[in-house]
Design a binder for this molecule. Structure first.
Ligand code: ADP
Ligand code: MG
Length: 388
């Protein structure tokens, strides 16, 4: 059988570039070489696509971030890490061409990246310009099977304001929140301050709508700190979400796998090393803990797994996603916090560990995702495009 050539696209223009290098290192190292030929394609922070002459090797995001810090010789500010140097002699590529001719029954060799035929693309990109539907749109145009969510679910999964609307429409519990746009905030700071005070109370979490890895997020305990937190979040996005804090929140996560008939993993719990699960706690201090399965009652476990599937369907996701919950530890109230359509994907990331505990090994996970990508692509091709 011919080996499938898997284009692994990683890096990217977002503040989660380094996290993506770690995820891609795991994916490339674990693809079964008897069946797959991985082709590493790196998107530089400046947006150039290069055929990497060697794949990344780190196993943990903290490792890559540390390397980047050492290379740059200056302190890292979350979301604004220094550029990793690219290697001389690497080819810059950006063209993905659609093949002509009838390839209906063979979803292969149908995307060309500067003459390189790829069968399936595995986008391992976190954050804007990668996890948000932009790259997925390009891959739709190229008509190539790709792993994970399509354009719509990717875009919605990146937008914390829009995903809440869809979750609420499905009857999923979400936290009380307000959404504001940067120009409106700048024009009338006082009325927004009053609205937060009146509708949400304190503390609140202030977040850029479109981002991840806790970049740009602040916990605000008093009205006097709100302005600075909104200004900071607004540096990363024109849209800012302000949420009532879930008191004594426990952080529960569920991994989902599948297309139209998705399955949910056992839930896991994260115990952040800091006051909340911020960038530092996620990637830098290596002291946050995970507990799998999460210590929950059987009823809570069932409820949360059911909600995870519902959230997956609410945004019309496919392939995979990780759904994150906040559980108010005293009242027991559960809130869906967010869906991540390309969750951290190293062998030691929550997504992989959740599936491992649910009986799916990391290499088997990659197989499933590639199969799901091909199935989804084939299903998409059944669609009639013209009425004539
Ligand atoms: N409403 C909230 N109540 C309590 N903690 C929150 C709330 N929103 C966010 N957090 C904390 O901030 C972290 C990051 O927020 P999240 O919305 O998950 O953003 P990201 O997409 O960057 O991961 C969460 O994991 C949690 O620790
Ligand atoms: Mg999160």
């Amino acid at each position: 059988m011919k080996k499938l050539r898997i284009g692994v696209i990683y890096g990217g223009r977002s503040g989660e570039h380094e996290v993506s290098l770690a995820s891609a290192a795991s994916v490339i190292a674990s693809l079964d070489r008897a069946r797959y030929e991985p082709v590493p394609i790196r998107i530089e922070k400046d947006g150039r696509w290069v055929l990497a002459d060697r794949p990344p090797t780190a196993i943990a995001a903290s490792e890559v971030i540390e390397q980047a810090r050492l290379q740059s010789g200056r302190a890292i500010r979350a979301g604004r890490e220094a550029h990793l140097v690219s290697h001389p002699g690497e080819e810059t590529v950006l063209t993905i061409e659609r093949t002509t001719g009838d390839a209906l029954d063979k979803p292969r060799e149908n995307a060309y990246v500067t003459g390189l035929a790829l069968d399936v693309i595995f986008p391992v990109l976190h954050g804007p310009f990668g996890e948000d539907g932009t790259v997925q749109g390009l891959l739709e145009l190229a008509d190539v099977p790709y792993v994970g969510a399509g354009v719509l679910a990717s875009a919605v999964g990146m937008d914390k304001a829009v995903m809440k609307i869809l979750f609420a429409a499905r009857g999923l519990p979400i936290v009380k929140h307000l959404v504001l746009l940067r120009p409106g905030w700048e024009a009338n700071r006082d009325s927004h301050r009053r609205a937060v005070d009146r509708k949400l109370g304190w503390p609140v979490f202030v977040k850029p709508a479109n981002l991840g890895s806790s970049v740009g997020i602040s916990k605000v305990k008093a009205a006097s700190e709100l302005g600075a937190a909104i200004d900071y979040a607004a540096e990363f996005d024109r849209k800012v979400v302000i949420e009532a804090a879930v008191p004594h929140a426990r952080e529960i996560e569920v991994a989902v796998l599948g297309n139209d008939d998705p399955e949910a993993s056992v839930p896991g719990e994260i115990i952040p090393s800091r006051e909340f699960y911020d960038y530092e706690a996620k990637y830098l201090d290596d002291r946050s803990e995970t507990v799998i399965p999460a210590p929950l009652t059987p009823a809570q476990t069932n409820e949360i797994r059911g909600m995870a599937l519902e959230a997956f369907r609410a945004v019309d996701a496919s392939g995979m996603a990780r759904i994150d919950f906040l559980l108010a530890s005293r009242s027991g109230q559960i809130f869906v916090n967010e869906i991540n359509t390309i969750p951290g994907f190293t062998t030691i990331s929550m997504f992989a560990k959740l599936w491992e505990s649910s009986g799916v090994s990391y290499p088997a996970l990659l197989d499933r995702l590639i199969t799901l990508a091909i199935e989804r692509h084939a299903e998409g091709r059944r669609r009639r495009i013209s009425v004539m």
